[in-house]
Design a binder for this molecule. Structure first.
Ligand code: NDP
Length: 337
């Protein structure tokens, strides 16, 4: 059983050398007396920014922190090859929290969702039909209460979550601008994902004047993925009664010298509602989300960009690329077909 282990607790930005791929032997069976376990063959593993926090030994809600010399735990798509759990049967395809290895024994799975719709790529259940999709759905519709004609700005817009939020906002009839860290990503946003405009934040010396260029009358909704200097500049450009959905602040996760946000006071003067959220609190809406998004995918009204690495041995470089921002779209490691 090939596994991807955490070699070192990461200091600063985790990179390839913090991981090691090892092969271990396991019995491909559920131990005697274990009556709520599933044995799965992993198909796709999801590269997510929060993993960098866990690689420092932290933990969050139901996902445990990564432990040195233990395999990484995270979201994936898997096939059930044996089960003693009443809700899962041999042959089911599931998505949820699994382990970065070829085969995993999951005892008392609390976050597995059985996949019913298989006419779309299964890898989408690490992205638009999985956790990032639910994040975009809850963070945009539930937190931002968008209205037709409003102006929307999204940071890390070419990533797993941002690309969905932008397309939802366009379908709603909003004016949508995204920021991203390379020319290729900016081109993708403008030419393939239907954003009204996009800019490379790394080429802007003054983010405040860049935002004024794209939003001369201000921003109604900011979907926050990066934090730091971008949030500070956005606050100056928010309109009265604007809404900020605080989804993530990736610029702060691996930054040991975090710079403070200076413009938080704008929350008060402009009556901006800035609300944080975690996708895990919104799963009661998952059936409603699938009802909305599956027809959009099938009719080609929404595009989902993936950046796929093949084989568990390429797991370290895939995670390294994600943390360095080199992924274009949802980063996935495919382990089997
Ligand atoms: P992405 O697929 O967008 O990958 C991360 C991207 O972030 C990189 O490609 C890079 O793009 C950008 N980035 C990396 N470092 C920095 C930096 N220092 N400053 C600015 N941008 C940076 O990831 P996701 O779409 O999966 O996640 C987006 C955000 O949403 C993250 O903050 C994540 O933690 C959060 N999140 C929150 C959830 C919730 O429940 N609240 C659930 C899931 C994700 P670029 O080239 O544009 O810089």
């Amino acid at each position: 059983n090939k596994q991807l282990l955490l070699k070192n607790y990461a200091k600063g930005l985790p990179n390839e050398s913090d991981f090691v791929v090892k092969t271990s032997t396991i019995k491909l069976e559920i131990p005697e007396g274990c009556d709520d376990a599933v044995l799965v063959k992993n198909i796709h593993l999801s590269c997510d920014p929060y993993l960098s926090l866990f690689m420092k030994g932290g933990h969050f809600s139901f996902i445990p922190g990564s432990v040195r010399l233990q395999p990484i735990v995270g979201y994936g798509v898997s096939k059930v090859i044996d089960s003693t759990h009443p809700s899962f049967n041999k042959g089911d395809i599931v998505w949820g929290i699994t382990i970065w290895e070829e085969y995993s024994l999951i005892k008392s799975p609390r976050s597995f969702y059985k996949i019913q719709d298989t006419d779309v790529p299964l890898s989408y259940y690490t992205g638009i039909l999985g956790m990032p999709g639910m994040t975009a759905y809850a963070g945009f519709y539930e937190i931002c209460s968008p209205k037709e004609g409003e102006t929307v700005f999204i940071s890390a817009a070419a990533g797993a979550v941002g690309q969905i939020v932008g397309q939802f906002a366009k379908l709603m009839g909003c004016y949508v601008v995204g920021s991203a860290g390379s020319k290729d990503k900016v081109d993708l946003l403008k030419n393939k994902l239907g954003f009204d405009d996009a800019f490379n934040y790394k080429e802007e010396h003054d983010l405040n004047s860049a935002l004024k260029r794209y939003f001369p009358n201000g921003i109604d909704i900011y979907f926050e993925n990066v934090g730091g200097k971008m949030l500070d500049a956005v606050l100056l450009n928010m309109r009265l009664n604007g809404r900020i959905s605080v989804c993530g602040m990736i610029s702060q996760y691996n930054n040991d010298n975090v710079e403070g946000v200076k413009n938080l006071f704008c929350l008060a003067t402009k009556q901006i509602c800035m609300k944080g959220f975690a996708n895990s609190f919104y799963y009661h809406l998952y059936p409603k989300y699938l009802e909305m998004v599956l027809p959009l995918i099938r009719e080609g009204k929404i595009t989902y960009i993936e950046d796929i690495a093949e084989g568990l041995e390429n797991g370290p470089s895939a995670l390294g690329e994600l943390f360095a921002g080199h992924n274009i779209g949802k980063k996935i490691v495919t382990v089997s077909s």
